[in-house]
Design a protein around this ligand. Structure first.
Ligand SMILES: Cc1cc2nc3c(=O)[nH]c(=O)nc-3n(C[C@H](O)[C@H](O)[C@H](O)COP(=O)(O)OP(=O)(O)OC[C@H]3O[C@@H](n4cnc5c(N)ncnc54)[C@H](O)[C@@H]3O)c2cc1C
Length: 413
């Protein structure tokens, strides 16, 4: 059985994997290129633990809808075609994944993993008293401005036990901050949760340090992985060489730079943006997580801050924020919730979702017998991290996985 596992990547996925392994009695070395943990895509994401809203972005009608969006100045999607075969390959695979049958199948895989994640986080909170990251079960309300989008969404509510279709008055009663917003109805899911992803990363790291079983190598980028005879043997950190018994790649969208021959990583970064708006006693911020479906903007109250997140920009690997996109989010947020917080003091952020075309992450074994993947969580990395970490720990320890792995392993990619 494995004694020590080395993990590349100190985002929410790498840290949740480390936590699951240490909890299961395995020692861990975690290597992170940055000086601080959870400081890349896991830093200021939407904060939504959106367990029942895991339908992949690749859905029937999305390619046509996307063409329409691209003609608009306020489009939630921006595509900058590049002379980059990786971008074209990813988009072709994305379009193939938009078929209804494929979307439904992938949605089912994601739901299984999301519900495992929800259970796992509950166990970690209740048994280990993991806290300090603004976790709340606040419920999520998806609101619709367009009657046809609302009608379509109502038809797709498959889970009447966990989801309720509400008219506009019922929505406003539930969430008074919505008063005056021109929407026609909503779908409410009371079980959904919210938390601070960066705070969660820091809490996991603190517990890992306290366990005495996790060594952190911070500010150390893995530059190469040594392999021979179907196994990996060491990682290079510049001049330094560290031997490994088992190795996990959980390096978000940068994982592709670490791919070995024969290891498929169909990842592309989808850039998104957030605003973190301070709230004080004068403000009336929504308490529920709100998704403005037609604009594709999500709002979540995280402690005394409103997190506003939006946009999918397929523009290559450049992480630089686009000021026009940030200005658009700010305008839309101020129009929807003008009293929600102090927009003058809002902090802007951009991050790169590590996305597979299907929206389903790759969790599990690679063609190298001691190399494992935990990557490609796209728009749902916070939601799926705990379940993904637990599953990978079970696989590395050769235990029966908690859920059916169908569709989730790298072989399915
Ligand atoms: C605008 C926006 C909103 C979002 N909202 C939500 C949401 O509401 N709910 C949700 O569930 N998800 C959300 N997401 C998605 C979520 O943030 C990501 O899926 C998640 O953060 C990915 O985590 P990760 O650990 O895979 O990657 P990262 O957080 O990027 O971590 C990877 C780490 O690997 C390190 N690394 C990379 N290469 C190397 C190397 N060679 N050597 C050493 N270290 C390396 C990086 O420095 C980084 O710290 C959102 C994303 C965006 C952009």
């Amino acid at each position: 059985m494995a004694q020590r596992v080395c993990i590349i990547g100190g985002g929410v996925v790498g840290l949740a994997t480390a936590y699951a392994l240490v909890r299961d009695g395995i020692d861990v070395t975690l290597v992170e290129a940055r000086d601080a943990l959870g400081s890349e895509t896991s830093f200021a994401n939407g904060g939504q633990l959106s367990y029942r809203y895991v339908t992949p972005l690749a859905d029937a009608g999305v390619p046509w809808q996307a063409l329409g969006w691209m003609l608009r100045g306020d489009s939630p999607l921006k595509l900058r075609p590049r002379l980059d075969p990786a971008q074209w390959r990813w988009m072709a695979a994305f379009i193939a994944a938009c078929r209804t049958s494929v979307n439904r199948r992938n949605g089912a895989h994601l739901l299984r993993l999301a519900l495992l994640s929800q259970t796992t986080l509950r166990i970690w909170r209740e048994e280990d008293h993991l806290d300090g990251f603004e976790w709340r079960r606040n419920g999520k309300l998806v609101t619709f401005r367009s009657a046809s989008h609302f009608a379509h969404a109502r038809q797709r509510v498959a889970d009447a036990v966990h989801q309720q279709v509400l008219g506009p008055n019922e929505c406003t009663t539930l969430e008074p901050a919505l008063a005056g917003v021109p929407f026609v109805g909503g779908i409410y899911t009371p079980d959904e949760e919210v938390a601070d992803c960066h705070g969660f990363c820091l809490q996991l790291a603190a517990r890992l340090r306290a366990s005495g079983r996790c060594e952190f190598l911070l500010g150390r980028a893995v530059t190469a992985i040594e392999h021979a005879d179907g196994a990996v043997h060491a990682i290079n950190l510049g001049e330094q060489r560290v031997e490994v018994e088992h190795l996990v790649i959980a390096a978000g969208h940068r994982s592709v730079a670490l791919a070995l021959p024969g290891v498929r990583m169909p990842l592309y970064p989808l850039k998104g943006y957030s605003l973190t708006v301070p709230i004080d006693a004068r403000h009336r911020a929504p308490e529920l997580s709100i998704t403005d479906y037609d604009r594709k903007v999500v709002y979540a109250r995280i402690g005394e801050q409103l997190r506003v997140a939006a946009m999918v920009d397929i523009v290559g690997f450049d992480p630089a924020p686009d000021p026009r996109r940030l200005a658009l989010i700010r305008r839309q947020a101020m129009e929807t919730f003008p009293m929600a917080g102090d927009y003058d003091r809002a902090v802007e952020w951009a991050g790169m979702r590590p996305a597979t075309p299907s929206g389903v992450p790759l969790i599990g074994a690679s063609p190298y017998r001691n190399l494992w993947l935990n990557l490609g969580h796209g728009a749902l990395g916070f939601t799926l991290a705990c379940g993904s970490g637990r599953l990978l720990s079970e696989m590395i320890r050769q235990r029966t996985p908690s859920i059916d792995l169908q569709g989730l392993t790298p072989r399915a990619a």
